[in-house]
Design a protein around this ligand. Structure first.
Ligand SMILES: Cc1cc2nc3c(=O)[nH]c(=O)nc-3n(C[C@H](O)[C@H](O)[C@H](O)COP(=O)(O)OP(=O)(O)OC[C@H]3O[C@@H](n4cnc5c(N)ncnc54)[C@H](O)[C@@H]3O)c2cc1C
Length: 426
């Protein structure tokens, strides 16, 4: 037992009840915090008030956010030089600070680097060079294939005798070339501005689109988006994360060298689950940061607003509500970080496991943002106060990167399979 001599205020950091941080960890957290405060937050608010077309127009502050983020010099190469536990904490601190600054921009900056991260993971220098310095996107959903991208086992999770969903984007894989037709969904983050895509699509290797179980074959390909045959739809207009530019991309006989594939027939679904798991870990850190931002705004407001003859914070009911919010932010952080550690360090992860953390974090974040909104009273509903933006941003996160009911259903499937494999039965 560790004994104290007195009851003093506990040690606390920007990210709550942390165990002691090294000088390097502190320095990284503070520099990302300053970036989030001075760049992401003001730019996010500015973009929120603009039309979807203005957000992506040349000269938009969106590009300043990308430019300044690149200058920070904080990327996966830095993390690989750290001991594993430190790398997890630093990755978590970075994601949280970015989300604290602006949820939509944090996702946009994360998605921008996704093709590059995949190129590094497969160790393909040509693709690393192709993706470096470019705005990327992750293209996995199609207009008719949303939650269905999370189906891995058509024998268990599909209608018997019916072939799986092959979506709206197709690859014909030849000897040296992949020919792509169709389109991705309007929801693809950065779809409206991306220069390179990490795309997951149904594939025909010469024997049709389905295996004998009815599961679609797939190909994961890095596609330069300046190739002939690529065109864009209108940028998506939506209620939240308006700083995140989304939109459809169309493909008309787009020819990509086969060596740009990062996974083909045999390892497609393994690569798919790894990529999705990678995205899910970012989501959890970012929405922890958004929850914290809402909590901090509510805490400050309780020290400014007087009702019942005293500041809101002096009322027992309000203190309870603040305590409840703080507890939920800590819960988000704990779950987000544990899931990140699991994804990065366990020998065999699974996207459904990572996605379950994303569900917990986004639901808890939504509760915190909702309660903060309520604490602002009528002011919360006004565009003059920042809380309404967080409310809109957080709402979209319950659907982003997989709709939360579906993800929880898939976790149930995973639990069922683990039980059948013997887990908990001793
Ligand atoms: C902010 C944001 C960012 C995004 N970024 C990207 C991105 O970068 N790349 C990308 O490819 N996509 C992206 N998406 C798309 C996102 O992954 C999908 O919106 C999500 O997976 C849900 O698919 P859907 O919208 O087609 O809804 P649907 O799958 O049509 O779901 C509609 C409803 O049906 C229910 N439902 C679906 N399937 C079942 C089932 N089997 N059983 C019972 N109920 C079911 C769901 O619970 C849901 O309530 C993004 C979305 C958002 C909102």
């Amino acid at each position: 037992m560790k004994l104290s001599t007195d009851v003093k205020l506990p040690t606390i950091s920007m990210s709550g009840f942390e165990t002691p941080m090294s000088e390097e960890e502190n320095a990284i957290q503070h520099s990302v915090h300053l970036f989030a405060k001075n760049v992401l937050r003001p730019i996010g608010r500015e973009l929120d008030k603009m039309t979807a077309e203005q957000v992506i127009a040349p000269g938009s502050p969106l590009y300043t956010a990308y430019f300044e983020a690149a200058k920070l010099g904080i990327d996966s190469d830095l993390l690989t030089q750290m001991p594993p536990d430190m790398a997890v904490r630093v990755e978590s601190l970075i994601g949280e600070e970015m989300g604290w600054g602006d949820g939509g921009l944090a996702i946009s900056i994360g998605a921008a680097g996704f093709p590059l991260e995949m190129a590094k993971a497969v160790g393909n220098q040509e693709l690393i060079d192709l993706c470096t310095g470019k705005i990327g996107c992750w293209m996995i959903t199609h207009p008719d294939k949303g939650s269905d991208v999370t189906v891995y086992d058509v024998k268990k999770d599909w209608v018997p005798g019916v072939q799986g969903n092959k979506g709206n984007m197709f690859a014909r894989v030849g000897e040296d070339e992949i020919v792509i037709n169709g389109q991705c969904s309007a929801w693809v983050s950065n779809g409206a501005v991306a220069q390179v895509a990490l795309a997951y699509l149904s594939a025909d290797y010469g024997d049709g689109f389905f295996d004998s179980d009815g599961r679609p074959y797939g190909a994961a390909v890095i596609i330069p988006l300046d190739l002939p045959g690529v065109s864009r739809g209108k940028p998506l207009d939506k209620i939240g994360q308006r700083a995140l530019p989304q939109g459809e991309i169309y493909f008309d006989n787009v020819k990509v060298p086969k060596r740009f594939a990062v996974a083909l027939k045999e390892n497609y679904y393994g690569n798919h689950t790894s990529a999705w798991s990678y995205a899910g870990t970012l989501m959890s850190q970012v929405w922890t940061g958004v929850a914290r931002a809402a909590f901090e705004m509510a805490l400050a407001y309780c020290h400014e607003r007087k009702q019942g003859g005293q500041m809101l914070i002096e009322h027992q009911l309000t203190r309870y509500r603040i305590g409840e919010m703080m507890r939920r932010v800590e819960l988000c952080r704990g779950v987000a970080r544990r899931s990140l550690a699991y994804a990065r360090q366990t020998p065999q992860g699974h996207a459904y496991a990572t996605a379950s953390a994303k569900v917990t974090v986004t639901q808890e974040a939504m509760k915190v943002v909702d309660e903060a909104f309520q604490l602002f009273g009528g002011n919360g509903t006004s565009r003059d106060y920042p809380i309404e933006k967080l409310f809109r941003d957080a709402r979209a996160a319950l659907i982003e990167d997989g709709e939360n009911y579906v993800l929880t259903m898939r976790l149930g499937r995973l639990v069922q399979d683990l039980y059948a494999d013997g887990w908990t039965q001793n």
